[in-house]
Design a protein around this ligand. Structure first.
Ligand code: NAP
Length: 281
């Protein structure tokens, strides 16, 4: 079965559009450099912002120092017309990402990368702003009623905004979670026994049929450009699986949706001027 990100997005958007009718908010996106995948994601964000009547501010520079980026973020932190700030990745190597992600006001941190939101996620707090791609993956899982409790989940990739966030989200849902990365010695050993595989590497053909069980759920977050075509990390020769998210048309669609679900949450947090650390359970 194909897990259709476009369908999930359009269904969930119906409710979100009603919520946005009564609010006035703005989203700021910062891009330093010029990345193919980032440019594509920015266009998608701008399009949905227009649909929801959200002010959209794009700050794009070819280069910046950490200090210059900090000053851009400070201005946006103090801008009452902006409730959400996203810094596009990858950032140029000269920029200190740890300084940048912790400079964003936690209430405007709609990609959930600030340490305050990361700890809130680990603690299962209900107002944590959760990284959009990880949230999007969970939305797909929930829409198709895929039970994760007690399942063996293998996540490939350990970035703060994808792999590590998903690790905590799935652990909080009682899955048994393993994270693999570039230093993992025998990837197949882990993928072969997994009930659910979430791959977020950025390497075409990383996952092949011989590496997986026939009834696996494959969530492909990867975004690659191969022979003039967009593809994920899962090879096209993979034909036996229980569930699969296509690329394009899978997780990417849900990332864009989740940005605006988070922006709505951030709007309310900013209005109340609170960071909730209330635990769900
Ligand atoms: P990243 O920060 O570069 O992380 C990539 C991860 O993959 C790292 O943890 C790396 O391990 C691991 N890795 C690299 N080669 C590997 C290998 N051969 N085997 C196993 N693990 C390997 O990238 P990211 O920002 O997380 O993005 C990952 C992918 O998701 C990219 O293709 C990106 O374009 C895509 N993406 C998609 C969406 C969406 O909405 N669909 C959103 C954001 C990103 P180390 O930690 O050891 O280096």
């Amino acid at each position: 079965m194909i897990l259709d990100g476009k369908l999930v997005k359009s269904e969930l958007l119906k409710e979100l559009k009603i919520k946005y009718r009564d609010i006035n908010t703005g989203l700021a996106v910062i891009e330093i450099g010029d990345d193919f995948a980032s440019n594509r994601y920015i266009k998608q964000k701008e399009k949905l912002a227009k649909e929801l009547d959200v002010k959209f501010k794009l700050i794009k520079q070819a280069t910046a120092t950490t200090e210059e980026l900090v000053s851009i973020i400070d201005k946006l932190n103090n801008d009452h017309n902006i409730d959400g700030i996203i810094v596009q990745l990858p950032l140029p190597k000269n920029i200190d990402y740890n300084i940048i992600r912790n400079r964003i006001n936690p209430n405007k941190d709609i990609d959930g990368i600030n340490d305050i939101n990361r700890i809130a996620l680990i603690d299962n707090c209900n107002n944590a702003l959760i990284p959009c791609t990880a949230l999007g993956v969970m939305k797909i899982i929930d829409f198709y009623n895929i039970d994760v409790s007690g399942k063996d989940v293998v996540i490939i990739g350990r970035s703060i905004h994808i792999g590590k966030a998903l690790y905590n989200l799935l652990l909080n849902r009682d899955a048994t979670v393993t994270i693999c990365h570039s230093k993992t010695k025998d990837l197949k050993k882990y993928t072969k026994q997994a009930d659910i595989i979430i791959t977020s590497v950025g390497k075409a053909n990383l996952i092949t049929q011989d590496m997986i069980k026939d009834d696996v759920c494959l969530i492909d977050v990867g975004f690659n450009y191969l022979n003039g075509k967009i593809c994920g990390d899962v090879s096209h020769d993979v034909v036996r699986y229980k569930y699969l998210t296509p690329v394009p048309g899978g997780v990417g669609q849900m990332t864009v949706y989740s940005i605006f679900e988070n922006l709505y949450k951030a709007y309310n947090l900013n209005k109340q001027n609170t960071i909730s650390t209330t635990k769900i359970n």
